[in-house]
Design a protein around this ligand. Structure first.
Ligand code: PMV
Length: 317
């Protein structure tokens, strides 16, 4: 398939979309083959617009709190363009301006890098009139994610394009039908580097392999049970497993004092469970509430306890 002809006065524009994600259970252990339970966060959208023009691909990104487009060409996105070109079978160098409008705060564990990468691939495919299947999009996003995180399980690459909660394991995912329950996401206000966090867990795996194996085994058990709880609407049990997962992540050195305090505040405000979410070393925590009024109360308590912003997410059927 060849792309449409381009003349200087007929620019070809492509658009790609993705959104944020939050991990309910299983982060870090998922890098070592355990399952992870993740939900899309559609209220944090990313839209990428690719405008074809001669010359190399340039990137500009607008983020929350920084609406002015800033030029950005992360290593991950550079690799993404090369991978797209190769997989799309485009022999000649491609040129485009990529503008990424990203509502996801970076370094928060909400999937900012994967969502920007996914939206960019889809925008490039649209602009260059290439049809990519889901697997190809995933593989290209994974190239950028692996550069960004050092080691990437793929849970972000899939959930940032999914309409439903996912049980992800080893590169594939099953859609889950979620029962009731409202998730509160709270930003601790300090960003954490996923790459550093993944590296910290890797070093611990080398230094204390037995403890690491036990961590992965226990998280895998919790996550599988939590997926069944989610589907059957057993919110109390789901919440308890989330809190236990937090303890395991805290013991692995992934949490911060502020996030531990936010977890305590959420539980004191009536949350059914609470934990750090995503890469950690800062970023976001999540809490589960039974219904919207309870979720509002938990969100208020989290803001009083130092969270700089909160979001409510519901995937009730
Ligand atoms: O992008 P983050 O910060 O939500 O981290 C993704 C989850 C990890 O398990 C820490 C890494 C991965 O690739 O699975």
């Amino acid at each position: 398939m060849s792309g449409p002809l381009m003349s200087p006065d007929s620019l070809t524009i492509g658009v790609g979309r993705a959104h944020g994600k939050a991990i309910l259970l299983g982060e870090h252990a998922v890098v070592y083959g355990a399952p992870a339970l993740a939900i899309p966060v559609p209220q944090l959208p990313v839209t990428a617009t690719a405008t074809r023009r001669p010359g190399p691909v340039s990137f500009a990104i607008a983020r929350p709190g920084n609406p002015t487009m800033t030029l950005l060409a992360t290593e991950g996105l550079r690799h993404l363009v090369a991978e797209f070109q190769q997989r799309a079978g485009i022999a000649e160098p491609i040129g485009a301006d990529l503008l990424i409008d990203c509502a996801i705060p970076p370094g928060c564990g909400l999937g900012s890098s994967a969502a920007c990468a996914r939206a960019s691939v889809l925008a490039l495919a649209d602009a260059f009139d290439r049809r990519l299947d889901g697997r190809q999009v995933f593989d290209i996003v994974q190239v950028a994610e692996t550069v960004a995180h050092g080691q990437a399980s793929g849970v972000d690459a899939l959930t940032t394009g999914s309409a439903s909660p996912l049980l992800f394991q080893a590169g594939t995912a099953r859609d889950l039908v979620a029962g009731n329950g409202v998730l509160v996401i709270a930003d601790s206000g300090t960003s954490g580097s996923t790459r550093e966090a993944v590296d910290l867990v890797r070093r611990r795996a080398e230094q204390a392999p037995a403890a690491h194996e036990e961590f992965v085994r226990r998280v895998a058990q919790l996550t599988e049970a939590a997926a069944r709880d989610l589907e059957h609407g057993r919110l109390t049990a789901l919440g308890e497993r989330m809190t236990e997962n937090h303890e395991l992540l805290r013991n692995a050195g992934i949490s911060t004092d502020l996030i531990d305090a936010l977890v305590e505040s959420a539980l004191a405000a009536g949350a059914l469970g609470a934990k750090i979410s995503g890469g950690g070393l800062g970023g976001c925590m999540i809490a589960l509430a039974g219904e919207p009024a309870g979720a509002e109360a938990v969100a208020q308590r989290l803001r009083d306890a130092g969270a700089i912003r909160t979001w409510l997410v519901s995937h009730a059927r």
